[in-house]
Design a binder for this molecule. Structure first.
Ligand code: FAD
Length: 498
């Protein structure tokens, strides 16, 4: 059953240990660094829970028949993926594509894992049963799960088990009859401060000896021994909603998660000390593709927002009729359209596996992961180029409108034809928060890295692309001539054509 925003907020008052600015936060729902994004996610829950949106946003749980979020759907056709896309787009539009790891992201991974629970059974049937049961529990209780799947950057030249201390990277410290004990840390869990559960696993390659780190487990954020160390909050630093409209609402948080002897019962263990399976869960189930399909649907909303903002600012500045500006807007529009097209292609060129599960097309998905890390910084740069100094020549804060003298100057000099000073400043401060603020800079880093380091993503693209398609063409071209010119068969073919 989908839940309300209030249910979600109440669930966060669970004694979790979140640290920020030297403080252990006793209640994240009242801390100024987190209230903005919690409000945004609560509003998203309300949106999905609203009866008026049920048909678009939910489907009946196969177990209870109650409506559950479409982000948990196991797609079985191109139509399913399309239906899912429409729902995911509606939900991400609530935050203009600026909440990357909202509840829908890891829900998509869980759906992909549960769809191919047989892969988990390679390590024993109980692991398949565990992932299925947790997926169903998360789906039917509308949980917000996030994940931490990359170890901290301590010494990248050494594998996990050869780090200075065996329990720097999060791994198994003890096996008990009723479960396992985890010790160590995992880097940069977006949304961990405000989620219900965290999935701890590993997506980076592991070597022999790393078995303790080859795990996949679910841990409630309130688990004893789990500490969440938040990065600096851009929401706390935002002086007002007017000055930082995006940071104040959509700062989804990123954290180091520390597992200080955290106990995990067996029912929440999906992969246990199995290096092959920990890799197979990403590559041999549709989880990674479904999660990234969701991430890219979100990306389309963000790009539309960015392009829309650029268009509105150039119209306000009356530069929109200049041919170079039209060209730049056209180029921005082309990039946004390309990403839309790839998302459509993923659902159109779907692969249906032997279990009847629809996998978004691989090459079309990895292509976006490769391109976005360079495309997004480029697009930001282009939009800043169009904005010029306007995004800097702005009042220090909304307070300057309260002082009669500065207000009079702002009204006279910071305006455009038909656009008041307040309206102009409002639009440009929105643009600064999307393209130049500390919040914006974090987003640039996010789009570059959330799908993995760019060089690794390119290597995955290398693995999934059908090079044979092009190589066959090259072979045909080579077969058509030799040192004596066109080969006879080729001549004949050309003759026949005339
Ligand atoms: C804003 C943000 C949010 C994130 N959210 C999450 C999250 O929610 N959950 C999660 O699990 N992770 C998250 N991540 C982490 C993300 O998955 C990692 O940043 C990503 O996997 C890359 O790992 P890394 O940062 O350790 O970079 P590294 O692997 O250290 O690579 C950094 C750079 O070093 C160079 N480099 C490193 N190794 C090599 C090599 N062998 N060959 C050539 N060049 C190399 C490359 O230039 C590479 O780009 C997030 C990251 C960011 C920036």
């Amino acid at each position: 059953m989908t839940r309300s925003g209030t249910d979600y907020i109440n669930g966060l008052r669970d004694g979790r240990q979140v640290y920020i600015d030297g403080e252990l936060v006793s209640d994240v729902t009242t801390h100024p660094g987190f209230t903005g994004v919690i409000g945004t996610i609560a509003e998203l829950y309300d949106f999905t829970n609203d009866e008026a949106n049920r048909a678009d946003m939910t489907y009946p749980s196969p177990i209870t028949g109650e409506p559950v979020s479409l982000s948990y759907l196991i797609p079985r056709s191109s139509e399913d993926l399309k239906r899912r896309r429409i729902a995911l787009r509606k939900s991400t539009e609530r935050s203009f594509g600026l909440v990357g790891r909202g509840p829908e992201h890891v829900a998509s991974f869980l759906a992909g894992w549960a769809a191919r629970s047989d892969i988990f059974a390679r390590s024993g049937q109980r692991y398949a049963d565990n992932i299925t049961a947790f997926y169903e529990y998360a789906r039917d209780n509308d949980l917000f799960c996030t994940y931490a799947i990359v170890p901290p950057q301590i010494d990248r030249s050494k594998p996990a088990h050869q780090q200075e201390d065996r329990y720097l990277y999060a791994g198994v410290k003890e096996e008990r009859e009723d479960g396992i004990v985890i010790s160590g840390a995992q880097m940069l869990a977006t949304g961990a401060v405000v989620a219900d559960y965290i999935i701890l696993s590993c997506i980076v390659p592991l070597v022999e000896g790393d078995e303790d780190y080859a795990i996949s487990v679910a841990v409630p954020l309130s688990a004893p021994g789990l500490r969440v160390l938040s990065r600096r909050s851009y929401a706390s630093a935002a002086t007002s909603v007017f000055d930082y409209p995006l940071a104040s609402q959509f700062d989804e948080t990123d954290s180091l998660v520390v597992f200080d002897d955290v106990f995990v019962p067996w029912k929440h263990v999906f992969v246990y000390r199995d290096r092959k399976l920990v890799a197979d869960q990403w590559n041999e189930t549709p989880a990674h593709l479904l999660g990234n399909n969701q991430a890219q649907i979100r990306f389309t909303a963000k790009l539309d927002f960015l392009v829309g903002l650029a268009s509105k600012v150039t119209k306000m500045n009356r530069s929109d009729k200049a041919p170079p500006v039209k060209g730049a807007l056209g180029e921005l529009a082309a990039y946004a359209s390309l990403i839309h097209g790839q998302v459509y292609a993923q659902e159109n060129n779907v692969e249906i596996d032997e279990r009847g599960v629809a996998w978004p097309a691989r090459a079309e998905s990895f292509a976006v992961m490769v391109i976005q890390s360079e495309l997004y910084p480029k697009m930001l740069h282009m939009v800043r180029d169009l904005a010029g100094g306007g995004i800097i020549q702005l009042p220090s804060s909304v307070e300057d409108f309260q002082n009669p003298q500065s207000r009079a100057d702002l009204d006279r000099y910071v305006q455009s034809p038909g656009v008041s000073s307040v309206e102009r400043v409002k639009l440009l401060k929105l643009m600064w928060d999307l393209t130049g603020s500390e919040f914006a800079s974090r987003h640039e880093q996010y789009e570059m890295f959330y799908a993995g380091a760019p060089f690794l993503v390119k290597m995955r693209m290398f693995q999934v692309y059908d090079f044979k398609r092009g190589e066959d063409l090259v072979d045909r071209a080579l077969a058509g001539y030799d040192e004596n010119g066109l080969v006879p068969a080729r001549k004949l073919a050309l003759h026949d054509l005339q």
